[in-house]
Design a protein around this ligand. Structure first.
Ligand code: ATP
Ligand code: MG
Length: 588
């Protein structure tokens, strides 16, 4: 491809609203353009990367017998009403009416449509299992579209769905897709981790996310230093970490209210405790308390969570524990009214709601907490003894780096940041039951199919690749998804002797199977051309210039290692092959 003909404009500066590296570099490199918030054009260079990644996805899924189909983006409300999601999906679902007034939506995902397809075709156990996928544009009206292709409103996803006669077969397929995903991301050439993720109130390890590791990742991941246990921090099991004071004799300390005017800071609570024998307590006597409001369908209710003062609450765990769709903090004015005191002095004792305590507090009996009286804290709090609606000790906190692994007990957690690029999910019979996607089993009995679903964010993966592979000068594409493998740069492109060598090299490289972008633009300084080449980030740059040619050489530069070789033009194909081999080594 001649760069002089390519629809491409590069920029020195990123646009002001580009706030992550992938977005900055893709916009500077003329790979994407913003059309509206969260909606982008994929220009020729980025589309080549996208297509290459899609090809990897197709090959690996087809190896496992998955069949490709294509479903519509526009979906009728009837299907969503059958599954119940028309009501519950929330505002990410963009709904609209056609000219006849019928309700439609733009598909954010395709469980309903695919279930409708399969229920019409599959009648017997003999036709199962089925695994289908598509690569298609999705629309989710995200509240805060941001980070370019990482969180768009319109984006490309590969979504796959499988249908089975029973749980065991769905599990088998789940692990097969899990392995296929590992092959896919290994082939892309990125560092990634499969991560145990939250599957809502069902619990168990019914879902894994695949994360590309990158400092800019939105998700916190904790991974055991000794075993395989790697999980999204919103779900990582936290070990109980009892206070050292749990064993202190209660007689040593007198339970009491104590006057703490103006003290609302957690750190100050324990210090303020004074009696005949004590002039303040160590910080870790302080407990903290959160009042949440849970929603499940039409139902809402309040509940409380008590934690060690130095632990952070995990709202995903709390939500799952109480069996809610969502939870949020009770608005402060309401909490103050309920507790009869100002925020800062609100505590769990005496409140008329179910109370849950984190398991690190099991056995603790000498905690401080708000006394539900202006200006006072309570000392000598023991959750299981003092709470009227006590619901037990549970894992309710965020695990921390350094916590002992709950799985093997040997290692400790280490923290990573990740970008969720894919997810495998065992759905069970949620959709097949509500939408009557049934089959006749061997005994002739009608049963709902057991389903799994498997997603990969195609455009997000391309952005994540960049988040992990860049330097101050620009993108460093891994070989398998680079728009072009070789950026052939002609200096003094108009000189016939340069053009001749460069065109010959272009043809040779292409004949050897490499994708070549030939910067044949005339009248630009070498500096400008090199800057563009670094920014666009193809794995190999080959420079043909008058100075080198005088000595019979061209210059080959490896974008990742920055290593430079001076070569006879005839040696270029072999040298590019060597860079390819080195580039394709797995990165862990
Ligand atoms: P997130 O938690 O990041 O909002 P999700 O868990 O809701 O994503 P899934 O329903 O699991 O997303 O969709 C499958 C894949 O599609 C995700 O793993 C992600 O890679 C991609 N994806 C989801 N939302 C977006 C988006 N707004 N922009 C780009 N890619 C997305
Ligand atoms: Mg997901």
């Amino acid at each position: 491809m001649k760069q002089s003909k390519l629809l491409l404009q590069t920029y020195r500066e990123p646009p002001r609203d580009a706030d992550v590296v992938s977005q900055q570099l893709m916009m500077r490199g003329g790979m994407i353009q913003k059309v509206a918030a969260g909606i982008y054009d994929y220009l020729p260079l980025s589309l080549r990367s996208i297509r290459k990644f899609e090809q990897i996805v197709r090959e690996e899924l087809e190896r496992d017998g998955c069949q490709e189909l294509l479903m519509p983006t526009v979906q009728p409300s009837e299907l969503w009403q059958e599954s119940g999601r028309w009501q519950f999906y929330g505002r990410e679902l963009l709904r609209f009416k056609d000219r006849k007034g019928a309700d439609f939506c733009l598909g954010p995902t395709h469980e309903e449509v695919v279930t409708d397809i399969v229920r019409k075709i599959v009648k017997s156990y003999k036709q199962l299992p089925i695994n289908v996928f598509q690569i298609q544009t999705k629309f989710r009206d995200e509240i805060r579209p941001r980070f370019g292709l990482m969180r768009g409103r319109e984006f490309i996803m590969k979504d796959g769905y499988s249908f089975h006669v029973d749980d065991a077969d769905a599990d088998r397929e789940y692990w097969r897709m899990f392995e296929a995903y590992k092959r896919i991301f290994r082939r892309v050439g990125v560092k990634f981790r499969p991560v145990e993720a939250d599957s809502g109130a069902i619990g168990g390890s019914f879902t894994h996310e695949f994360h590309v590791l990158a400092g800019s990742g939105e998700d916190a991941i904790l991974s055991c230093s000794a075993c395989e246990y790697t999980s999204n921090a919103e779900k990582t099991e936290a070990p109980g970490r009892p206070y050292p004071y749990a064993s202190e004799h209660v007689g040593d300390l007198k339970p009491a209210h104590f006057h703490t005017p103006g003290i609302v800071q957690m750190e100050e609570q324990a210090k303020a405790f004074k009696d005949e024998e004590h002039d303040g307590l160590p910080l870790d006597h302080a407990s903290k308390f959160y009042l949440y409001r849970a929603t499940q369908g039409e139902k809402t209710w309040d509940f409380g969570v008590v934690l060690r003062s130095d632990h952070e609450p995990n709202t995903v765990k709390a939500k799952n524990l109480v069996g809610a769709n969502s939870i949020e903090l009770v608005p402060i004015e309401e909490a103050e009214r309920l507790a009869g005191t100002k925020s800062g002095f609100i505590g769990p004792i005496g409140l008329d709601v179910p109370m849950y305590a984190d398991r690190s507090l099991e056995g603790a009996f000498n905690l401080t907490c708000g006394a539900n009286r202006d200006g006072y804290h309570h000392f000598g709090f023991k959750p299981d003894r003092d709470l009227a609606h006590f619901q037990g000790f549970h894992d309710l906190r965020m695990a921390n780096p350094g916590d002992a692994c709950t799985r093997c007990g040997k290692g400790t957690y280490e923290a990573f940041r990740g970008i969720e690029v894919g997810q495998v999910f065992k759905l069970g019979t949620k959709y097949s039951e509500s939408m009557r996607c049934v089959f006749l089993d061997e005994a002739g009995a009608e049963r709902p199919m057991v389903m799994g679903c498997y997603g990969i964010g195609v455009t997000r993966t391309i952005a994540a690749v960049i988040e992990q592979n860049f330097d101050a000068d620009g993108i460093i594409w891994p070989w398998p998804v680079a728009p072009y493998h070789v950026h052939l740069v002609s200096l003094d492109a108009s000189k016939p002797e340069i053009a001749e060598v460069a065109n010959r090299l272009e043809a040779q490289l292409e004949a050897a199977g490499f994708d070549v972008l030939h910067d044949d633009r005339d009248g630009l300084s070498p500096g400008v051309k090199f800057k563009d080449a670094d920014l666009l980030g193809m794995p190999v740059r080959v420079v043909v210039g008058a100075k080198g040619l005088k000595d019979g050489i061209v210059e080959l530069r490896n974008r990742r290692s920055k290593e430079v070789l001076k070569l006879n033009p005839d040696a270029v194909v072999a040298a590019v092959l060597a860079v390819r081999t080195e580039n394709l080594e797995p990165r862990t």
